[in-house]
Write a protein that binds this ligand. Structure first.
Ligand code: SF4
Ligand code: SF4
Length: 483
């Protein structure tokens, strides 16, 4: 008899590990928990609602089940609960399954089970509906759809995206068996902690970032599974001085943006395409075809702007001499262990080390002609200056990166800001000595202490600062209610 245990995998996690970073999740810490807490609370509310004798006693139900939440979190859950009630009203002719069976596909040979769980089931006279409660923005992946198609109950499956108030059918992919076979193979692959660790934009939401080694601690210390942790991007660091609430709501409390980010979406989109194009073209011996392909993929006016930005990029390098480029779109950063609010599983509070990881995507790294390590920031908008703490993070993370690989702290680090947006492009070059980097590190540590001081259980704890910048803030609607 084969008594090897079965490994149970969730398809989307499995695929994400192998498409992005297989080490993600192996060295977890206690990352922000609000998104999951809200999902659980909403599910709990829905379960309670279908069991209510008096369907109008919703207020009492909400008070009982989510009364413990702070006002902002509660508002978000209440809105989503309202969306659910509108989408799936109580109907005495429909039997509600509050704990439906999971869709499951088992490979006995490999001892792997792939599992996808609907949250609720509705048995109508003419068939069943299985509904997956989604409190984020995403719908079921193709991999999940394959498992639902092969191993689910009879009936249709719906994704209920309560934030948007929409329910959409999960359609089976063309070749679910092929997809499942592929997933089974991934589930049995061994992980090499070094070779399979891949940094990328996904690191921003990874709870292993302060332990995996990609963003090292700036001082010796130990981060445990129980250590609270938080990741902050370089852009969010830049916002800390302006409004802590905005950063905290994005990173710690997972408050969903209430309006579309209105920051000049057209120029922002061009900037994104330029950065993608430049990442490939800047390290190519023949950038022309890469630039040409990018320009063919956009509207003529945008193509003209891309051409202009690229010409400005080349003009700057013609002035400075061609760079020795090493990497583009390179995620770099550091972690701090600083005192902060810690709440244990029993709700007891104490001051304990909190791991704060700061991550920036470096547009281009390499060496200047004399060998000085160099970071280049491509700026496609009107701004020609660094945002607060941006320069500090570039310099410290580059110096730490070099020290980790060579054992030597670099004598200097050069940071170039290439302002490509103006008609006359401009390079601002800053050279930082080890003393400058030490000052940068102090400033970043101060920012880490600020972030660690936010009360993880009170969304209204971080101070806000209202001003003209609020016009462009995606938390404006809820924020104005709680000032
Ligand atoms: S932080 Fe990035 S590199 Fe490190 S484990 Fe997470 S996803 Fe992988
Ligand atoms: S609306 Fe203004 S005060 Fe509120 S979080 Fe945004 S920037 Fe801060």
């Amino acid at each position: 008899m084969d008594d090897r245990p079965f490994v149970v995998e969730r398809p989307e996690e499995l695929r994400r590990r192998w498409d992005q970073c297989a080490v993600s999740g192996l060295d977890r810490t206690r990352g922000p928990e609000w998104a999951l807490e809200r999902w659980k609370a909403l599910r709990d509310l829905i379960v309670g609602w279908y069991g209510l004798d008096d369907p109008h006693a919703v207020g009492d139900l909400v008070e009982t089940r989510v009364g413990w939440m702070d006002a902002v979190q509660r508002l978000i859950v209440e809105r989503q609960f309202g969306a659910w009630r509108a989408m799936f009203p109580r109907d005495p002719t429909v039997e509600v399954d509050l704990d439906p069976p999971a869709a499951s596909v088992i490979d006995h040979e490999r001892r792997v089970e792939l599992r996808v769980r609907p949250t609720f089931g509705f048995r109508h006279a003419d068939g069943s509906e299985w509904v997956r409660l989604r409190t984020g923005r995403s719908f079921s992946s193709v991999d999940e759809a394959a498992v639902l198609a092969l191993g689910g109950e009879e009936g249709i499956v719906l994704d209920a995206v309560v934030g948007a108030g929409v329910a959409e059918e999960v359609v089976s992919p063309d070749d679910p068996a092929g997809i499942v076979s592929d997933l089974m193979e991934l589930a049995t692959r061994g992980v090499d902690r070094h070779a399979d660790r891949h940094t990328g934009p996904w690191c921003f939401s990874c709870s292993s970032s302060s332990r995996c080694g990609a963003y090292p601690l700036v001082e010796p210390g130990r981060v445990y599974v129980s250590t609270r942790s938080l990741n902050v991007s370089k852009t969010q660091l830049g916002w800390l001085d302006t409004c802590q609430r905005r950063v905290a709501w994005d990173r710690l409390y997972a408050v969903r943006p209430d309006i579309d980010d209105e920051i000049d979406t057209r120029s922002a989109a061009t900037g994104i395409v330029f950065h993608e194009m430049a990442a490939a073209a800047a390290v190519s011996d023949d950038p022309g075809p890469i630039v040409g392909a990018a320009c063919r993929g956009v509207a003529p006016s945008e193509a003209a702007e891309l051409q202009r930005l690229w010409a400005n990029h080349e003009r700057l390098w013609a002035d400075e001499g061609p760079p020795s480029a090493r990497m583009t779109e390179f995620p770099a950063g550091v972690s701090f262990l600083v005192p902060g609010v810690h709440i244990d599983r029993r709700g007891r509070r104490s001051k304990q080390p909190v791991a704060i990881t700061m991550i920036g995507i470096l547009d281009l790294t390499g060496r200047e002609r004399d060998g000085t390590p160099m970071v280049v920031e491509h700026r496609t908008g009107a701004s020609t200056e660094h945002r607060p703490l941006e320069l500090d993070l570039y310099a410290l993370s580059t110096a730490e990166y070099i020290r980790a690989r060579t054992g030597i702290w670099p004598a200097r680090v050069a940071v170039h800001l290439h302002a490509l947006g103006p008609e006359e492009p401009e390079c601002t070059r800053t050279v930082l000595t080890p003393e400058d980097v030490a000052v940068a590190r102090e400033r970043l540590e101060g920012a880490a202490r600020t972030v660690a001081s936010w009360d993880p259980e009170n969304t209204l704890d971080p101070p806000f600062s209202a001003g003209r910048w609020c016009d462009r803030c995606h938390h404006r609607e809820i924020c104005e209610t709680y000032r």
